[in-house]
Every structure is written in structure tokens, then in C-alpha cells.
Design a protein around this ligand. Structure first.
Ligand SMILES: Cc1cc2nc3c(=O)[nH]c(=O)nc-3n(C[C@H](O)[C@H](O)[C@H](O)COP(=O)(O)OP(=O)(O)OC[C@H]3O[C@@H](n4cnc5c(N)ncnc54)[C@H](O)[C@@H]3O)c2cc1C
Length: 417
């Protein structure tokens, strides 16, 4: 049996970030994953600015290594399309100008297949002597003992850890059985995605595309461009709607690509190069208790996905880093109690709580197609408003404004302020 101060279950972005931050602090840990890397994960593959930000905070050289990779596509913004097909192009920086080489040099977002991105993080872990990574081991038993968690898995694997960081994603049994957080269809989305080649009509600056089609609201259809003429294409819908409307998302995706009056032309010569696969998105639509006696939950295991955008990688990595910093405090104090670790919850919700709340409100608003059509229509004709929307990627205060019903009332009366 192995012994360690910290064991991390799951080597996805949240778990890997926790391990890398611990290593940077000089703290050893054991990381266990059921997969052997490189491995795929069903996802849109969109990496927001948070990814580079968090890597930079851990180690600027590591952020530099991600920037230098050729297997990702730089993206400079988002194209939102309303149910009435008003298109709104929003650069990640408010003053984005595609002819300005300085703007083009510093992209904020990337699209990178998870097969490659997650493996980048795993390679970073493998380069750190402080991290002992065990691949191909499925953990299925967690036993709380007076001096730590005894964790058991396949092939007779056992580890005893003073502290456990649970990072094994949307289907984590620990989340349900120990942390008592259960899947509720109103607070969960379902998504399917496939890879395509030769989708035409993509934006010249690699903007990612979110199409708020009427039949999916408040969910959407997406096209995220990838290197080598490929694209990640999918749909995500609230699980509650999937159940109530008896939707089959694989069929919905196929129907949109084959029959949508606008989109079908863009897929005329496209070829699907992967199966259509689905997975769940545990949404951060309410505050939950994400730590307890000798454990912290991070990433999808902690339900931290942004309910409006579906972004979970950046939030998971933020939480992973915060869990590592809290682990360092707990080790210093030799205190792994629920009371000590509650500071982790406070920190996660201090940093991410406001934006998760606002995104929840935006999600509620995009339920109404007439409102989305009207707002997109007005925004697409007004440069100042477009800059305001694009500022929302930088400033939570602006997002707050966008989530106020009064903002839309003023907008509809033609008096935005
Ligand atoms: C369809 C879809 C589209 C999405 N699009 C985006 C997007 O474009 N951008 C974005 O930011 N987010 C997106 N997300 C969300 C994003 O995929 C997740 O938020 C992110 O993967 C969370 O990272 P994680 O490290 O918490 O978990 P994961 O990435 O799920 O990693 C968990 C790890 O735990 C391992 N594991 C699981 N069980 C065990 C076990 N019992 N024992 C040992 N190891 C185990 C797994 O092998 C895996 O490596 C999307 C999600 C879906 C479903």
C-alpha cells in the first residue's frame, strides 16, 4: 500500500492543475486515472482565457509551452446567432481589429482537441518528480479512517492519503455517495459532439460559433474550428428539456446538419470523421458544499460548469489550483478537518460565484426566442453595444449589467446605458 499526503483521483484538467500547483509548491502527490493517456473526453474543445491565466499563475514557462503548441487553433472571439438568425460577432477584446497584428499576436481563446490538451497537462505532470502518476487504475472504493482515506482500485491498487482531491469528472461516485450531491435535471445539461472535416463558411478569425436555434433554447448548436480544416460540432441542451421533450440529441444534431435551412449548405461537402458521442455537464447553477472531512471536490466533480457558455475546463482548473493552495495550508496546519477545508469552498465561490450566478440568469433569459432575436438584432446594428458585450469576457461588472432585466428593457426602448 502506498502512503501520501495528497491523492488526486482523476488526471483531467482539474486534477492535473491541482497536481501541478502542488508540485510547484514542492508538495508531493499521487495522481490516479482510469485512462491511459492520451485519451479522449467528449467536449467542445474550447479553451477560454482562464486556461492560460491559471497556467501562468502556476508557472509562466508552462503557459508559454501551451502557447507554442501547433495542435491548437487560436481564436479571437465568439459568433452568436439568434433563433431569427441575427449574427453577432464579439471579439474577446472589445477593440478587436483583425487587421491589427498586435491583436492577432495575443489570442485569448484556443480550440484544442481534448486528446491533445489533456495529454499536454499529463506530459507536464510526468516531467515533475513530485508527481507520481498511475494510469489505467479505476478507483472504486473510498474508506475514511481516523488517519486518512484508504483508496482502492483495479489491479489491487491501494493508497492511503491524509487528503483526497476528487477530480474524476461528471460521473464521480464520491460526489454522489459521500458529498451527497446528486444529479438534478434542472441543474444539468446533456451534450453530444462529433468531429467534421470541410465545414465551409467559417469565420476568418476563427471565432467559435454558438447558434441559439429555437428548438434547443436555452441550449445551442456549436461549430468550433480546429486546425487542419477540422471542426468540433455539437449540441447541448438542459437535461430537464431533454426529458420533457423526449429529445434524442444525436438525432437533433443530424437533423440540424442535414435540414437546417442555413446550416445545411455549410455541411454540404463536410465529412464526419468521428462517432457522435455524448456526456453530461454538471452545471454551477447553485452553491454546493464541495469539501468535507479530508476531501475537496474539483472540476465537474464539484459541479462548476458555467451554465450559459458550457465552459468547464477553465473553471475546473481554477478550482484545481485553489484546492492545491488549500491543501498546502492544511498540511502546514496538520489539519484536514471539514472546518479547515471549508475555506476552499469560500475561495471557489468568492472567485467564481458571481459569474456563475450571472450566467444562470442569462440562461433563464435565453429561454425566450423573441427576446434573444430582439436583443441580437439591436446589437448587430450597434457597434457600441457589441463592444459592451465583448467586454463581458473581461469584466464581471459588465456581465452583471447584461444580466439585469432592466438592461433589456432599456435596450428594447432603444436607450441602453
Ligand atoms: C458535450 C460537451 C461539450 C463541452 N464543451 C466545453 C468547451 O468547449 N469548453 C469548456 O471549457 N468546457 C466544455 N465542456 C465541459 C468540460 O468538458 C468539463 O468541464 C471538463 O472536462 C472538466 O474537467 P475535469 O478535470 O473536472 O473532469 P474530466 O475532464 O472529466 O476528467 C476526469 C478524469 O477522471 C478519470 N476518472 C473517472 N472516473 C475515474 C475513476 N473511478 N478512477 C480513476 N479515474 C477516473 C477520467 O478518466 C478522466 O481522465 C463540455 C462538456 C461536454 C459534455
Amino acid at each position: 500500500m502506498k502512503q501520501t499526503k495528497v491523492c488526486i483521483v482523476g488526471a483531467g484538467p482539474a486534477g492535473a492543475t491541482a497536481a501541478l500547483q502542488l508540485a510547484q509548491l514542492g508538495i508531493e502527490c499521487i495522481v490516479v486515472d482510469k485512462a491511459i493517456f492520451p485519451r479522449d473526453k467528449v467536449c467542445g474543445d474550447g479553451l477560454s482565457g482562464k486556461v492560460i491565466t491559471v497556467l501562468n499563475r502556476i508557472d509562466a514557462a508552462m503557459a508559454g509551452r501551451l502557447r507554442a503548441r501547433q495542435d491548437k487553433l487560436n481564436s479571437w472571439g465568439v459568433l452568436f446567432v439568434s433563433p431569427g438568425r441575427h449574427a453577432l460577432q464579439v471579439g474577446y477584446r472589445p477593440d478587436f481589429d483583425s487587421t491589427n497584428s498586435q491583436h492577432k499576436e495575443a489570442p485569448i481563446g484556443y480550440v484544442c482537441k481534448r486528446m491533445d490538451f489533456d495529454n499536454f497537462l499529463v506530459d507536464e505532470m510526468k516531467a515533475r518528480p513530485e508527481i507520481q502518476l498511475h494510469e489505467g487504475v479505476t478507483i472504486d472504493k473510498y474508506e475514511l479512517q481516523p488517519d486518512g482515506y484508504l483508496i482502492s482500485g483495479s489491479n489491487g491498487f491501494q493508497v492511503k492519503a491524509a487528503l483526497l482531491i476528487v477530480a474524476n469528472g461528471a460521473h464521480a461516485s464520491f460526489t454522489k455517495e459521500v458529498a451527497n450531491i446528486t444529479m438534478e435535471p434542472k441543474h444539468y445539461s446533456a451534450g453530444v459532439r462529433a468531429y467534421y472535416e470541410n465545414v465551409t463558411g467559417n469565420n476568418a478569425d476563427n471565432f467559435i460559433e454558438l447558434h441559439f436555434l429555437k428548438e434547443l433554447l436555452p441550449g445551442y448548436f456549436w461549430i468550433f474550428p480546429l486546425p487542419n480544416g477540422q471542426a468540433n460540432v455539437g449540441v447541448a441542451v438542459l437535461s430537464d428539456d431533454v426529458r420533457k421533450k423526449k429529445m434524442n440529441l444525436k438525432r437533433s444534431l443530424q437533423e440540424i446538419i442535414e435540414s437546417d435551412p442555413i446550416l445545411k449548405d455549410r455541411f454540404k461537402d463536410a465529412k464526419r470523421i468521428s462517432p457522435v458521442e455524448g456526456y453530461g455537464l454538471p452545471l454551477g447553477t447553485k452553491r454546493r458544499v464541495i469539501s468535507g472531512e479530508r476531501y475537496m471536490l474539483v472540476g465537474d466533480a464539484a459541479y462548476l460548469i458555467d451554465p450559459f457558455t458550457g465552459e468547464g475546463i477553465g473553471n475546473g482548473m481554477y478550482a484545481g489550483r485553489m484546492a492545491a493552495l488549500q491543501a498546502a495550508e492544511a498540511i502546514k496546519a496538520n489539519n484536514f478537518s471539514a472546518t479547515q477545508l471549508a475555506a476552499y469552498d469560500s475561495e471557489v465561490y468568492r472567485v467564481l460565484g458571481a459569474e456563475l450566478k450571472l450566467s444562470k440568469r442569462l440562461l433563464q433569459m435565453v429561454r425566450f426566442p423573441w427576446l434573444v432575436n430582439k436583443v441580437f438584432g439591436i446589437c448587430s446594428r450597434n457597434k457600441q453595444l457589441q463592444e459592451l458585450v465583448s467586454s463581458m469576457f473581461f469584466e464581471v461588472d459588465i456581465r452583471k449589467k447584461l444580466a439585469q432585466p432592466s438592461f433589456y428593457v432599456k435596450l428594447l426602448l432603444n436607450r441602453p446605458s
